[in-house]
Ligand binder design. Structure first.
Ligand code: URA
Length: 301
């Protein structure tokens, strides 16, 4: 490692500004001792650099955390073709475990190229509530689990306030399985290629109630254009195309403010509390009616 002199006082503001610029652009991890201007590398050098970067330095922390990223991501001609492939793969999955393996093996979402881990789900697969967030953040990407950062902690408190927890009642996933760089909102094509897996996820999980966390999740799942302020607190009937085809009963679904938004806007917690109570009421009613529904199903069988 070259000897380093501490920067002199005069250059500190410029260094600080350069670092801020990178953080604003989404950089959240120092991965090299020296910066590399890839735009000035000649083609063979760039190729060598890529090879060096993709050769795992065994034993490093980064390597231990990074899942097998697609070295040669499959590039299909169009989003439509990728969506069709995703539909075929997702439909073939007959269990949550098979679906998770299929998602992990799927290379059709470009977000996988920059993420460290696939974030599939967390919580109780048998629980009555399925919560769907937007996308993994930095913490989730590192751990490979949804909602483990600050917003996850608030989410756990919100669930606890109505007597729910991840161990027994709540099952959590996101509309995309990989972290978008810089925590930007997932694009329409990224959500489109993940959607077949998400729909199959819901079909296999069979929750009693769905909760969409935040605007991007609610708008994507319900195909609506209104913002979360208009959508939250309302019940919608959710059906995947396969459920509609089979005339399966729709699943009651409620959009809720995203916990990350509530961390910034405490005043909205009052609305969120009202919505949580509505979710609790719906769950209680479901539990009360479940034995009757089971008996009707038994008699009809
Ligand atoms: N925000 C989300 O929407 N999902 C996560 O998994 C974490 C934060």
């Amino acid at each position: 490692m070259p000897d380093r002199q501490p920067p002199d006082e005069g250059t500190l503001p410029a260094l600080h500004a350069a670092l801020t610029l990178q953080i604003d652009a989404g950089a959240d991890e120092a991965i090299g001792e020296q910066s590399v201007n890839r735009l000035t590398l000649s083609a063979p050098t760039a190729e060598k650099f890529r090879q060096d970067r993709s050769t795992p330095e065994s034993g490093t922390d980064l390597d231990a955390r990074r899942e097998s990223r697609p070295r040669n991501p499959i590039r299909l001609e169009s989003t439509d073709a990728t969506v069709s492939t995703a539909q075929e793969i997702a439909r073939a999955a007959q269990s949550l475990e098979a679906l998770e393996a299929a998602v992990r093996a799927f290379n059709g979402c470009p977000l996988k190229n920059t993420a460290m881990n696939t974030v599939f789900s967390d919580g109780a697969p048998e629980g009555p509530v399925m919560l769907i967030g937007e996308a993994p953040g930095a913490e989730e990407d590192k751990e490979g689990k949804p909602f483990v950062g600050a917003s996850g902690q608030l989410l756990d408190k919100m669930l606890a306030a109505i007597g729910l927890n991840r161990r027994e009642h709540a099952y959590i996933t996101n509309i995309v399985f990989w972290r978008p760089p810089g925590n930007r909102e997932p694009s329409a094509s990224e959500t489109a290629v993940c959607r077949p897996f998400l729909e199959r996820h819901i079909e296999l999980k069979k929750p009693s109630i769905l909760v969409f966390l935040g605007g991007p999740s609610a708008k994507t799942m319900l195909n609506r254009t209104e913002g979360i302020t208009r959508l939250r607190g309302r019940w919608f009937d959710f059906c995947t195309p396969t459920m509609a085809e089979m005339e399966a009963a729709p699943i009651p679904a409620m959009p809720l403010f995203h916990p990350a938004y509530l961390l910034r806007s405490s005043l909205k917690k009052r609305d969120a509390w009202r919505d949580l109570l509505a979710i609790k009421d719906k769950l209680d009613a479901h539990e009360t009616h479940a034995p009757i529904a089971r008996e009707v199903a038994r008699m009809e069988a």
